[in-house]
Design a protein around this ligand. Sequence first.
Ligand code: FAD
Length: 506
Amino acid sequence: MRLASIAVLGGGPGGLYAARLLKISNPDARVTVYEQGDPDKTFGFGVGLASRTQRNLRLADEDSLEAIVAESHPHEMSMKVGDSHVRLAHGELLAIGRATLLSVLQRFAKDAGVELKFGKRVTFEDVNADLIVAADGINSATRTEMAHEFGPHVTQGEGLYLWCGTDFALESAVFTPATTEHGTFVAHAYPYTDDGSTFLIETDEQTWRRAGFDVSTKETPFGESDQTSLDYLREAFADPLQGHRLIGNRTKWTQFRTVRCDSWHTRNIVLLGDAAHTAHYSIGSGTKLAMEDAIVLDRALAENDDLDSAFAAYEEARMPAVAHLQAIAERSMAWWDMFPERMNLPVEQLMIAYMTRAGKVSLERFAESAGEVVKAGAAAYAGCALDEVPPPANLNEWALGRPSAGRSGRIADTSLRDADGTTTLEITDRPWSADVSRLLADLPASSTFWLTGADDRESTLDRLDVAERIRIRSGAVVVVDVPEQFRSDGVAGAVSERVDLISFTS
Ligand SMILES: Cc1cc2nc3c(=O)[nH]c(=O)nc-3n(C[C@H](O)[C@H](O)[C@H](O)COP(=O)(O)OP(=O)(O)OC[C@H]3O[C@@H](n4cnc5c(N)ncnc54)[C@H](O)[C@@H]3O)c2cc1C
């Protein structure tokens, strides 16, 4: 398809990357990026780039990827709860300052011949182009103004987070909680440059209110940082901060918003990146998703003869992939919301729970890459010595055979289902839904809960997540029906203390 002019609204990673790819594919077209901010100022601190992102970006545009990697900071991952610390040697994690990433992408866009216009807010009505790419971020005015065309659905997370940073490089990424008189705060922190680290700090609403942050949030003027919270959290996280301060960048407590849309296009306008979809930051994928959108959109435009067909191809390729990651992200967000309630677990077991939280990584796969950590976590789960834990290939069956609550293994005897004191619950709602909250608030007195429901994977993972909530609230034994084909999800649930017993169904 021949395009004479392309306007890109928004100079974030999605918009800049799309502009470069589109200019390379359409050398005769005039490609312009309109960014309301200044070239060297942006929100946030460093962002994590997952290794898969690098493969996709390498295939699409090796030169810009090389430049991004050259400016990135590799790191390992760790978790620290109290004095217990566990570290994962994971050679593929990278982070980069958001401002640095944008400056690399601005340079590559310019080198390709893209025109960059800064300092002015622009709407789709202000530009006249064959194609308008709306990469105007999570608050996309394009999406809002044409909501009837795009059909957006926005849901808000329960917890609150604060995106801040510090002026030194942590030795590795660390997940670590800090409990104060008001409640628990959890930091997701990682180095992104030789003298800077991101600190993403989250908490629940009650703790946030008790600490008075509802007031400090209200009192922080637009565009400024909540210094009251930064000072408080500097004290709370004095240990990982090693005496350094927390720095804000228009930093205010926020609830994460997940954006989904029925459609990503109308007329000659197409949504890309956060404007079209968001995924909770705990899976570190928003930037990757935005840049991958750009890759697929560019290809779809090159391979189709008209905009409608290209947009249809773009949506067909991207919507399922994005929905898949959003499902993982939603489960991950809910896992983090509950983090303070499982801090009693030994840290290696907590690391297993973290890695398997969204069903993306199985216990065996994790054991192959982090054998010593899994061995320690599995030994804590089984209450046995380290040398009794078998190699990864035998781990699942071994874990299911470990005794629990006076039983010889973790596979439930079906007679328990009809026993006195067992309540069967059919789980049809998401673990974090209002209906499940009501169920938890009103649990009948029972010594055993048996959770049943649909036999697809998401429903199975949902039951395992609801099981954990019931276990924590009631202290009862919880059994979950797990279809045989999802055996390893059941095992991960048991080893992570989400569930006591499994009933495998065919
Ligand atoms: C707390 C937090 C942590 C995160 N951590 C990670 C991480 O570790 N890894 C990761 O991959 N992702 C992370 N993300 C997500 C990531 O920041 C976004 O997904 C990514 O920036 C999306 O890119 P984008 O280009 O679609 O939108 P944005 O980066 O938001 O860019 C949109 C741009 O459009 C501009 N704009 C908006 N409206 C207009 C207008 N009318 N006219 C002109 N310009 C306009 C804005 O100024 C902005 O520069 C995180 C997000 C949050 C909130």
